[in-house]
Write a protein that binds this ligand. Structure first.
Ligand SMILES: *Cc1c(COP(=O)(O)O)cnc(C)c1O
Length: 345
């Protein structure tokens, strides 16, 4: 099968106008990977939806293709977003593809280096804000009200529409919805989107949302003024889709829970070393969550037998975190015996 733009595959379920151009990098159709080691550890069949395999390396591309196509159809000349990194990378790529200007506002010093490289390579104007993500989002919302520029954060309804297709793909591939979904939660757009996708297909899996301990407003029940976590993609203190996400999780009889950075990094290493899947730290929160909290169910409810963990972004995005705790490389002379000693030691 040749690659097909997500918009072509699911056009009937997407709110685009017939004349909108299709601005696509053939996103979606990401692998759903069996995770035998983690399955054994949690006592259920665990599958990994590897969203890092999207064109810019995160699920943001699913929403961006729809948001930028609609913006182009409407004649927008520029797109803007606040971002912890991946939205910036994706917006910059799709803006380049559409031939419109891109501007991205990121929290100074808090963005993984690969994401910064992407945004700059795609020619976006990159603004490093002396503030956090929540400050950046507040400012771009005001800018978009004052200027003819399209806001492509997940407050943009087309982003959610595009992202819901991940749920369609899982159902299409498994032949039915999984019993549960485990997903990292930052600004809470993605859990909202998955829930919409399942709902539109008449499915009702249990939703487990996981936040990093230092950035867990949904668990605390109030905004966190200075969120901190190694998982920079979910370093968000005041999620834009707070109510929608909580409604989705609660009505699925699921939970939102926090996981420590230590456990996030342990899951990050486990995924890479034992399952062969390299995701970014924020993504590993989904696996860390089910390893720490198990698969809790409401009274009288059957425990889930099949769980999909969403791995939201690619590990290559954040080489600094990967190399920070990695074993040292081994220097060696260019002689067979020396290499032999080092390799078989
Ligand atoms: C954006 C992002 C998240 C969080 O998604 P929300 O929609 O903000 O909840 C998680 N992981 C990665 C890698 C992301 O890029």
């Amino acid at each position: 099968m040749s690659p097909v733009p997500l918009i072509e595959r699911y056009r009937d379920a997407l709110p685009l106008e017939p004349d909108d151009p299709v601005i696509s990098l053939n996103e979606g159709s990401t692998p759903l990977i069996e995770a035998p080691v983690i399955s054994e550890m949690v006592g259920a069949r665990v599958l990994l939806k590897f969203e890092g395999a999207n064109p810019t390396g995160s699920f943001k591309d699913r929403g961006m293709t729809v948001a930028v196509s609609r913006a182009a159809g409407r004649g927008a000349e520029a797109v803007i977003c606040a971002s912890t990194g991946n939205t910036a990378a994706s917006a910059a790529a799709y803006a380049a593809r559409a031939g419109v200007r891109g501007a991205v506002i990121v929290p100074e010093g808090k963005i993984a280096i690969g994401k910064l490289a992407q945004a700059l390579m795609h020619g976006a104007r990159v603004v490093a804000l002396r503030g956090n993500f929540d400050d950046a989002l507040r400012i771009v919302r005001e800018l978009a009200e004052r200027h003819p520029i399209e806001l492509v954060n997940s407050v943009n309804p087309y982003r959610i529409e595009g992202q819901k297709t991940a749920a369609f793909e899982v159902i299409d591939e498994l032949g039915e919805a999984p019993d549960a979904l485990a997903i990292p939660v930052g600004n809470a757009g993605n859990v909202t989107a998955w829930n919409r996708g399942f709902t539109e297909r008449g499915a009702r899996p249990i939703l487990y949302g996981f936040q990093a301990e230092g950035a867990a407003p949904l668990v605390a029940g109030h905004p966190i003024p200075n969120p901190e976590t190694v998982a920079s993609a979910i370093r968000i203190g005041n999620p834009a889709r707070w109510e929608e996400a909580m409604d989705a999780i609660t009505s699925s009889r699921g939970r939102v829970a926090a996981v420590s950075d230590e456990r996030i990094l342990a899951a990050y290493h486990l995924l890479a070393e034992r399952e062969g899947v390299f995701c970014e730290p924020a993504s590993a929160a989904s696996v860390a969550g089910i390893l720490e909290h198990g698969l809790p169910v409401a009274e009288g409810q059957d425990p889930p037998e099949t769980v999909v963990c969403v791995l939201t972004g690619h590990g290559l995005k954040d080489p600094d975190t990967a190399l920070g705790k990695a074993p040292a490389v081994i220097p060696c002379d260019a002689e067979l015996a020396a290499v032999e000693r080092v390799v078989f030691d």
